[in-house]
Design a protein around this ligand. Structure first.
Ligand code: FES
Ligand SMILES: [Fe+2]
Length: 376
């Protein structure tokens, strides 16, 4: 349900959340890995983090570890990090640069397109088909300057799923273009190890009922958040800055140079989008904040957050501390709340779940989506 009117009184019923076991059961988590993270498009790496041929990063997608790399033609490729000989991890460092991918066990060697190019005694085994024993590739897309991968044999349409989610939130995809996210540079990056189930983090991001309680700095900058209504409850609507607020910074002081193409209605507004299952995007006039979430167990999630600014701002070393500090504090406040919720998910009191107030009813859409994905 999408709520269209801020001031309209709603029939005040509480709705149920999933039961506590949905957040604690390793069996549920295993099913989510298989049915959600290994079937959908996952945003994994900033393209600019692997700028040259042979640069790679390892990422965890569901139960699979992937190598995301760049080939000699400058194209992004992704492979399962599994040697086709006897299964050793081909890359064992989190990131690096390679001329080839050589396995450390028996030295099977793959080129940057994953093709088996050499192995001890390979010439004496003419029946071995080098293509058949290539590193197993994964579907890849680049969008907004990030690499998106899907480990499914037949990936869903990127346009319908990822871009469809943006259109559902903003009405159309085009407003996002104004921020030119693919052109921006990483001004700061923070990784957070959060001891909470990934769904608690998504739910938290979708609602602002908690804003008045735990986000004093954010509600100062965006006063309407103090009323508990999240920008995400309204299609296409941003949340305006307070009248005396100059920028999206920890103390409301002016930020840095604004992004050149943003529209007038984006000049003093905050927009937020959740792209299921693992991305949150926040857009403000002078920067964009992108969260990528990597669930690591039923009770832990790694979140990597990028603050993106104009390249000239980053190159000139302009001080972006006040911009970064605002959402870094918001993140820590949110994750702290999620971590203090997680242990109670296994309480008998939460066996049948909790409640959603009207300002949180749109979270039901997320719960329904998860349920659908897990259904037989
Ligand atoms: S397991 Fe990789 S070369 Fe043998
Ligand atoms: Fe929050």
């Amino acid at each position: 349900m999408i709520i269209d009117q801020l001031d309209q009184p709603l029939p005040g019923s509480l709705r149920r959340t999933p039961p506590g076991s949905a957040y604690t059961d390793p069996g549920v988590f295993a099913r989510e890995q298989e049915r959600i993270f290994e079937t959908t498009w996952m945003c994994v790496v900033r393209s600019g983090d692997i700028p040259r041929a042979g640069d790679y990063k390892l990422v965890q997608v569901g139960s699979e570890q992937l190598i995301v790399s760049r080939n000699r033609r400058g194209q992004i490729r992704a492979f399962f990090n599994v040697c086709r000989h006897r299964g050793m991890r081909v890359c064992t460092e989190d990131a690096g640069s390679r001329r080839t991918f050589q396995c450390g066990y028996h030295a099977w060697t793959y080129d940057l397109d994953g093709r088996l190019m050499a192995a001890p005694n390979l010439t004496k085994m003419p029946d071995v088909d080098a293509d058949e024993y290539a590193l197993r590739a994964v579907s890849v897309r680049e969008w907004i300057g990030y690499v998106w991968v899907c480990t499914a044999d037949e990936p869903p349409s990127f346009e319908e799923t990822v871009l469809g989610e943006v259109a559902t939130r903003l009405g159309v995809v085009e407003p996002l273009d104004n921020y030119q996210i693919d052109e921006l540079a990483v001004g700061a990056r923070v990784g957070y190890e959060v001891k909470a189930n990934w769904k608690l983090i998504v739910e938290n991001f979708m609602e602002c009922y908690h804003c008045a309680t735990i986000h004093p700095e954010l509600t100062e900058v965006i006063p309407e958040f103090a009323d508990g209504w999240a920008a995400q409850t309204h299609v296409g609507r941003g949340a305006p800055f307070g009248d005396d607020i100059e920028g999206f910074t920890v103390d409301g002081s002016a930020g840095v140079a604004a992004l050149p193409l943003i529209a007038p209605d984006q000049e003093r507004n905050y927009y937020a989008i959740t792209i299921r299952p693992n991305v949150f995007i926040n857009m403000v006039p002078d920067h964009v904040i992108v969260h990528r979430m990597f669930p690591t167990s039923e009770s832990s999630t790694y979140v990597e957050c990028d603050w993106l600014f104009l390249p000239e701002v980053v190159e000139a070393g302009v001080d972006v501390t006040k911009s970064v500090e605002l959402f870094d504090r918001v993140n820590r406040q949110d994750f702290d709340a999620c971590e203090k919720t997680q242990p109670a998910m296994s309480s008998r009191v939460y066996r049948d779940g909790g409640a959603l107030v009207p300002a949180e009813h749109h979270i039901e859409l997320f719960h329904e989506w998860v349920e659908q994905m897990l259904a037989d």
